[in-house]
Design a protein around this ligand. Structure first.
Ligand SMILES: Nc1ncnc2c1ncn2[C@@H]1O[C@H](COP(=O)(O)OP(=O)(O)OP(=O)(O)O)[C@@H](O)[C@H]1O
Ligand SMILES: [Mg+2]
Length: 245
């Protein structure tokens, strides 16, 4: 469904992504793991059109989307939940969802938009309880749910998630991952996930890639990565243990 072929990307003169090739099949959940500064966020931003491709190609459903603007990629079905929960704090939960659904409104009108918001509130009951509340006053976990719900409002086929568990308590992390797994099954979503909590992420994934200083070092089935001693040593030791106990 998504394929990167030898993608290079820079910040100024500094090369950040170095011949990155990877793919995510339809209906797959794939995790990208790597140390801080490896280039994971840049990879997602490059896929979603927020950062330019210097060299290489990106294909989505066999269409060459290299260089497409972010807005067009959203219309095509790629939704990106950026690092750090980018919601609109001074707006209510409901209004944030409406904003996330601007394409639904544009193409299908207000009635359909209301229906979609209602569906999203069914999917995330905690947001229904808080739909009139300012988004900025939600808890961290609730804000992450809202960020994911906003992305889903564009009716994506593929979801790009950048560290959904960042800064959350273990119990909330478990809940978020369970929801991502359910979404993937119920909505037939294809998911590309970045996570520091590599173990939790690999547990809901089919495959994973390991990235180091802008290069893909390793690609394996999730189970094989979890069992790989090198990966264990470098990436799986730093988890908040309580997520698993
Ligand atoms: N706007 C920017 N300008 C210049 N350099 C940047 C910019 N954003 C990121 N970088 C650099 O690019 C490299 C990759 O950053 P990136 O954010 O993609 O890493 P990451 O793997 O997502 O890290 P983390 O796990 O800390 O989120 C880092 O060395 C970073 O300092
Ligand atoms: Mg990052």
């Amino acid at each position: 469904m998504l394929r990167l072929v030898n993608v290079n990307s820079n910040y100024g003169l500094v090369r950040v992504l170095k011949n990155v090739s990877m793919h995510v099949g339809e209906g797959e959940t794939v995790t990208l793991i790597g140390a801080n500064g490896a280039g994971k966020t840049t990879t997602l931003r490059t896929i979603s059109g927020l950062h330019p491709v210097k060299e290489g190609r990106i294909y989505f459903q066999d269409r060459d989307i290299t260089g497409w603007p972010a807005e067009r990629l959203v219309e095509l079905g790629i939704a990106h939940v950026p690092e750090g929960r980018q919601i609109f704090s001074p707006m209510s939960v409901h209004d944030n969802l409406e904003l996330g659904g601007h394409l639904v409104y544009k193409h299908y009108g207000r009635k359909r938009l209301k229906l979609e918001i209602d569906q999203m509130l069914d999917l995330f009951p905690v947001l229904r309880q808080r739909r009139g509340q300012y988004a900025g006053t939600l808890s961290g976990g609730e804000q992450q749910m809202l960020a994911i719900a906003m992305a889903l409002m564009s009716g994506p086929r593929m979801l790009l998630l950048d560290e959904p568990s960042m800064g959350l308590a273990p119990m909330i992390i478990r809940d978020i991952f369970a929801r991502i797994a359910r979404l993937q099954q119920e909505r037939k979503l294809t998911v590309l996930l970045i996570e520091q909590n590599a173990k939790a992420a690999l547990n809901i994934s089919d495959r994973g890639y390991v990235m180091e200083t802008g290069r893909i070092l390793l690609e394996e089935e999730a189970g094989a990565l979890l069992a790989n001693p090198e990966v264990k040593r470098a990436y799986l030791g730093r988890e908040q243990r309580e997520v698993w106990e």
